[in-house]
Design a protein around this ligand. Structure first.
Ligand code: GTP
Ligand code: MG
Length: 200
């Protein structure tokens, strides 16, 4: 599938403010600064579509983008951002949970993980929570340009080992880089494969 058109629609604090759930939807989630907004821009070939920043905590609302006029991509606030108050953090967590558990047209959630780091509890627990609540997800490893091919392979092996301690199989995963566009085709093809309505 080629993304020909990507348009920003709305930023919402509540699920009830999101666009009508009448199109298939895919969400990007992960720790603050992992590269969610950058990846959305890369996939959509549109620099500046989703706001990015070197400072964690840039995305603070549920952002909807309409793709090819037929489906939605959603940029979510990051979790685990240390530099906000506990009340603020709990507010974000509640917003994200409500969205993930209640959004009826959500087909798949992509959990972004920085390829450079060893498996982090916060990500593992987040995926456990998705599993427990029956929210389908896949993993996208980000920032692959920051490691050598060999290191990428090693880190994926380590991550797979860790996941297999609590999961029967390793979830579907992708390796990406917003700066080199690595992973773009694989991710868009996968999105298409999950929903039969899209035309190629
Ligand atoms: P929040 O909205 O704050 O949760 O962050 P985010 O996950 O949306 O991250 P964002 O896309 O804003 O990127 C954070 C920083 O990482 C920016 O400085 C990006 O330029 C950088 N970055 C994101 N993806 C990549 C990548 O694939 N490679 C490299 N080298 N840098 C990246
Ligand atoms: Mg962001």
């Amino acid at each position: 599938m080629k993304i020909k058109e990507a348009e920003y629609l709305i930023s919402s604090a509540l699920v009830s403010q999101c666009p009508r759930p009448d199109k298939p939807e895919y969400a990007f989630i992960g720790r603050s600064n992992v590269g969610k907004s950058s990846l959305i821009n890369m996939i959509c070939n549109k620099e500046g579509l989703a706001k990015t920043s070197q400072t964690p905590g840039k995305t603070q609302l549920i952002n909807h983008f309409l793709i090819n006029k037929t489906w939605y991509l959603v940029d979510l606030p990051g979790y685990g951002f240390a530099k906000v108050s506990r009340t603020e953090r709990e507010k974000f967590e509640k917003m994200i949970n409500n969205y993930l558990f209640e959004r009826e047209n959500l087909i798949n959630t992509f959990v972004l993980v920085d390829i450079r780091h060893s498996p982090q509890m916060i990500d593992l627990e987040f995926m456990e929570k998705l599993g427990t609540n029956g929210v389908p997800f896949s993993i996208i490893f980000t920032k692959a340009d920051k490691l050598s091919k060999l290191q990428v392979g090693n880190h994926i092996n380590d991550y797979t080992q860790k996941m297999l301690e609590s999961w029967e199989t390793m979830p579907t995963f992708f390796v990406s880089s917003a700066s080199s566009a690595l992973g773009k085709e694989e991710i868009t093809e996968y999105i298409q494969s999950l929903h039969p309505l899209f035309k190629v």
